[in-house]
Design a protein around this ligand. Structure first.
Ligand code: ADP
Ligand code: ASP
Ligand code: MG
Length: 439
């Protein structure tokens, strides 16, 4: 069995939805097809939810109306026959009646999450009926029946796997099993999600849960590029990456993959293939245990980082100091991304500021604290064995004109992380593109 995921742009136009139906039916064997919401839908649902939480129902209603118009046009082009156009209309009016009902009543955080889940529910239902119209042997596989997260928002891979097996057995006669990306149930059995961009994560979780042969992620670009194409003009696709390299790139800001996508696939050694829906023939990127040679492979950047420096003479010649510092972050469930130390100070970075004030207050027990916000981690990935000379020279030469706040190197053989002010990000990514890749 194979898992094939299509992102928002890949299903965002009727002709693309038709094209992916042709594409997956042409692939050998049985497939679980994971779909995102149509491009723009989740953003629109976020706006509706924000308006409702802010008690601005008129604006929510206007946004609902414009989204409904979009869907009316979409189904008109998606289905051929009058009978299926009527089915499409019934689906759209059912979902939009629900939105209007939500806008008219009491709205809270739980309703918000329910609202966000509707994008993937509509896209899969529309796609399923398109397959029906074309007599493709497909079934709907409801993600809310098996995809779950625990109280720490971590997916429950074992449970997902246990729930999926019997469901798949009942659907054994179908060639395509169509399911929703992104959505899940939480520990209270409420509707929840895997955070923005989470459909990639769904595909990987299902791939790991059923020990799939391969996980394919189809998007609007020909694989993982060596640099962020939204910021740098000339970037090139990378043919192969190891799980570790891809994981670092995803975690450190390569938007093509949700930050946690690689974790489940790597756990069970399921290769992940990134492909371009707009250019099926392009090679894409294969992510597996194997990887390939090449010193510098790619660069990614993650914004919204806060650096915290703890300075204390108590650190000098003392043991146990770092443990006390880390305990504070553990208490507030705030992960640390980068760390660098001297004899009397330690700097760490975090990307989650929810408990920043509490953390600072507690850290003050251990020394004086400096906080820098609006920082960006630049992550350089490749084969950077410590025995190899010149690795850091090349990086620093490229970035000679950019102030660097922190450096992390040697933690693994395939990563150098640098912290810069976000205002220097664009320049840093472009200079690295020239200096490390000659682009
Ligand atoms: P989907 O809707 O299919 O999930 P996304 O918009 O989430 O697609 O991800 C694809 C986008 O990721 C690309 O269009 C590209 O702009 C962006 N991106 C950022 N960094 C990279 C990178 N290193 N390689 C490829 N794409 C990247
Ligand atoms: N539709 C969701 C989002 O836009 C999930 C995804 O596309 O992966 O974030
Ligand atoms: Mg995405």
């Amino acid at each position: 069995m194979q898992v094939v995921k299509f992102g928002g742009t890949s299903v965002g136009k009727p002709e693309r939805m038709k094209k992916i139906a042709t594409l997956v039916t042409g692939m050998p064997g049985k497939k679980v097809v994971v779909l995102s919401a149509l491009s723009g839908t989740t953003n629109s649902l976020v706006r509706i939810g924000d308006f409702l939480l802010a008690n601005r129902p008129a604006q929510a209603t206007a946004e609902i109306a414009s989204l409904e118009k979009h869907y009316a046009g979409f189904i008109d082009e998606l289905y051929e026959s009058e009978a299926y156009k009527a089915i499409g209309q019934e689906i759209v009016s059912r979902y939009f009646s629900l939105f209007k009902l939500m806008a008219a009543g009491k709205f809270d955080d739980r309703g918000y999450r329910e609202l966000l889940a509707q994008g993937e529910l509509i896209s899969t239902e529309l796609f399923f009926h398109h397959c029906q119209e074309r007599k493709i042997n497909a079934r709907l596989l409801p993600a809310l029946h098996f995809m779950s997260i625990d109280e720490n928002h971590e997916p429950e891979l074992e449970k997902i796997s246990e729930r999926l097996q019997p469901i798949l057995e009942t659907m054994a006669s179908a060639d395509l099993l169509i399911t929703q990306g992104y959505i899940c149930r939480n520990h209270k059995n409420e509707i929840d999600n895997l955070k923005r961009g989470g459909s990639d994560y769904t595909a990987s979780l299902i791939g790991a849960a059923i020990r799939a042969k391969e996980i394919q992620i189809w998007t609007d670009i020909d694989g993982m590029h060596n640099n962020d194409p939204r910021i740098v003009k000339k970037t090139v696709p990378i043919a192969e990456l190891t799980f570790e390299e891809a994981s670092e790139l995803a975690y450190f800001g390569a938007k093509i993959l949700h930050p946690s996508t690689i974790v489940p696939a790597q756990k069970y050694g399921v290769p992940v293939l990134l492909k371009n829906t707009m250019d099926e023939k392009a090679q894409g990127t294969l992510i597996s245990e194997r990887g390939s040679r090449g010193q510098f492979k790619a660069v990614a950047a993650k914004d919204g980082i806060t650096a915290i420096k703890i300075k204390s003479s108590r650190m000098l010649l003392a043991y146990g100091f770092l443990r006390q510092v880390f305990d504070v972050f553990e208490k507030y469930k705030t992960p640390i991304d980068m760390i660098s130390t001297s004899e009397v100070a330690v700097s760490v970075t975090i990307d989650e500021n929810k408990f920043l004030n509490e953390i600072i207050l507690e850290l003050k027990n251990y020394g004086s604290i400096d906080v820098d916000q609006n920082q960006t981690i630049i992550c350089i990935v490749g084969n950077m064995l410590a025995e190899k000379e010149g690795v850091l020279r090349d990086v620093f030469q490229a970035l000679a004109s950019v102030p660097i706040r922190m450096v992390s190197y040697g933690g693994s053989n395939n990563n150098i992380s640098l912290l810069v002010e976000t205002s220097h990000k664009e320049k840093a990514l472009n200079l690295l593109n020239e200096g490390l890749f000659g682009l």
